[in-house]
Structures are given as C-alpha cells and as structure tokens.
Design a protein. Structure first.
Length: 280
C-alpha cells in the first residue's frame, strides 16, 4: 500500500516505516559524509591509548595508591622526614662496611674516615654501638658491684637506674653534640652533613666497649688508665677527621677542634666516674 513517498507494511509485526523503493531501475548508491567527531581520548598512535589518559580511579583510592614496597615517593618536603623510606639509605650497609668503619675508629690518626663515609654515611653502626654500650655498661657495672659486695659480705641490690642513665648519656651525647656542632659549623660557613656527623660520633664511641669490659679488673689505677686511653683515642679520632674540614672556617678552626677534643675527653671522665668506679 503506497502513501506519498513511503510504503507501509500491513499484517506485519514490525513497527515504524522504511523509505520507499525507487521505481527507477538500477542500483542505489549511498554515500556517507566524513565524520567530524573527535576520537576520545585523543592519541597519536592508532589503536593505542596515550600516556596522558589513565585507568579510572576507585572511589576510595585503594588501588590508586602506591604499594608499600613501591619506589614512588609518597611525601615531599619536611614531611618525608617522618617516613621510614626517608631513613632507609642510612641503613643500607652490610657487615663488611660496618667492620671496616669500626677498624678505622680504632686507628684514630689515619684521618680517612670522613673521606670514606662522605658518599655513604650510615646510622646503622652508630645505633647499634650506642645500644651495645648501654647493655655492656649496665651488665658490667652490675657484675662488678655484685662481686665487690660479695667479697666484702655486704647486701647487694640491683640498680635499675644504671640502664636508664646509660641510655640517656649515650643516646643523648651522640644526638645532641653532632647537632650543636652542625649549627656551629654552619655559622662559621663550614657546613658539614648532619648524618655524617652522627656517623662520625657514633663510631667514635666504639672504643669504650672494650674499655668497659676491662673495667672488671679491681684496680683503680688500671681503670683510670683504661678510661684515659679510650677517651684519648675517641677524641683524637673525631678531631683528626674534622680538622681538615674545619680549617675552612677561618682562624678559629683551632679553637673549634680543641673544643671537640676536650669535650670527648670530658665524656671519658664522666664514664670513669659513673661507670668505671665501684662503690660499696
């Protein structure tokens, strides 16, 4: 059935209408104009997704955050100092590195420690040296006082304050002294790395570990000699390694080095009076 230019289909279950077939013979050619639609997302290569577009983000960002073992930086500025990944490079040393640095601390006149650790100062060695000193000081001090009391047949009581006092002394010294020295050197236009100063002072305390072990000998003169030798070696190790660097501070470099040396000797005297001395 024809009506105008359209043909309707009767008795069919088809809705809508279709264009009428032309009466002219031959084939009908249908041409489509070029589409002006823009491809989204735009990409340079055919069939590839450009790097500018990423996958859809989750509503709670659970899968969009970097994994815990990822190398992507998670924080910037001062906030990175509160992340564990910030301190990871300072503990990236093996046993051979630590042993080599401990050996250098026992030969204080070499003065090559700062050069060897300039590119890779660590906090692993200083941390465990201070921790070992705390437990050695507490255990040796407790043992010596126990033996002294038993020899004189006196009652002995364990002093828990020895542990807390040792922890405050060693951790405080290896933290506050390098920090103060860092500020002083920066003031005199001879700045040094703060972590490198922590590393230097931490390893300088290693010589006190065998010195504390030798304090079990019940001779007061021998204990003074041991404390004096350990303090001299530790002070020389710090002063010699900082001397060449501090010379750039001008004419006052000698006073700074002398102060560093005397401060380290003062630590040895304090250790002798409070840890190497046995009172009954």
């Amino acid at each position: 059935m024809m009506s105008g230019k359209y043909t309707t289909i009767d008795n069919q279950k088809v809705s809508g209408s279709v264009p009428a077939v032309s009466d002219s013979p031959g084939h009908v050619t249908v041409k489509f104009a070029d589409s002006t639609l823009q491809t989204f997302p735009p990409s340079v290569g055919q069939g590839k997704i450009s790097g500018g577009s990423g996958p859809p983000r989750d509503a709670d960002d659970t899968f969009s955050k970097p994994a815990s073992g990822s190398d992507e930086p998670q924080s910037t500025g001062w906030f990175q100092a509160f992340s564990i990944s910030y301190y990871k490079p300072f503990f990236d040393v093996d046993t051979s590195d630590v042993l080599e640095r401990i050996k250098d601390s026992l030969f204080p006149f070499k003065g090559s420690f700062s050069e060897k650790t300039a590119s890779n100062p660590d906090l692993y060695g200083p941390f465990w040296i201070c921790t070992t000193l705390i437990f050695v000081a507490a255990s040796i001090g407790t043992f010596v006082t126990y033996v002294a009391h038993k020899i004189q047949k006196k009652e002995w009581n364990y002093d828990i304050n020895l542990v807390t006092w040792s922890a405050g002394l060693f951790y405080g010294y290896v933290t506050l002294i390098p920090l103060c020295l860092y500020i002083i050197l920066k003031y005199f236009s001879a700045p040094s790395g703060l972590v490198q100063l922590f590393c230097l002072y931490g390893y300088s305390l290693f010589v006190f570990i065998p010195a504390l072990c030798l304090s079990v000998v019940p001779l007061e003169l021998f204990r003074w000699i041991v404390a004096g030798v350990a303090g001299f070696m530790s002070a020389t190790f710090v002063a010699v390694n900082l001397r060449n660097h501090i010379r750039s501070a001008g004419e006052r470099w000698f006073l700074i080095v002398t102060g560093i040396f005397l401060l380290q000797l003062a630590l040895a005297i304090v250790l002798k009076l409070y840890l190497f001395t046995v009172t009954v």
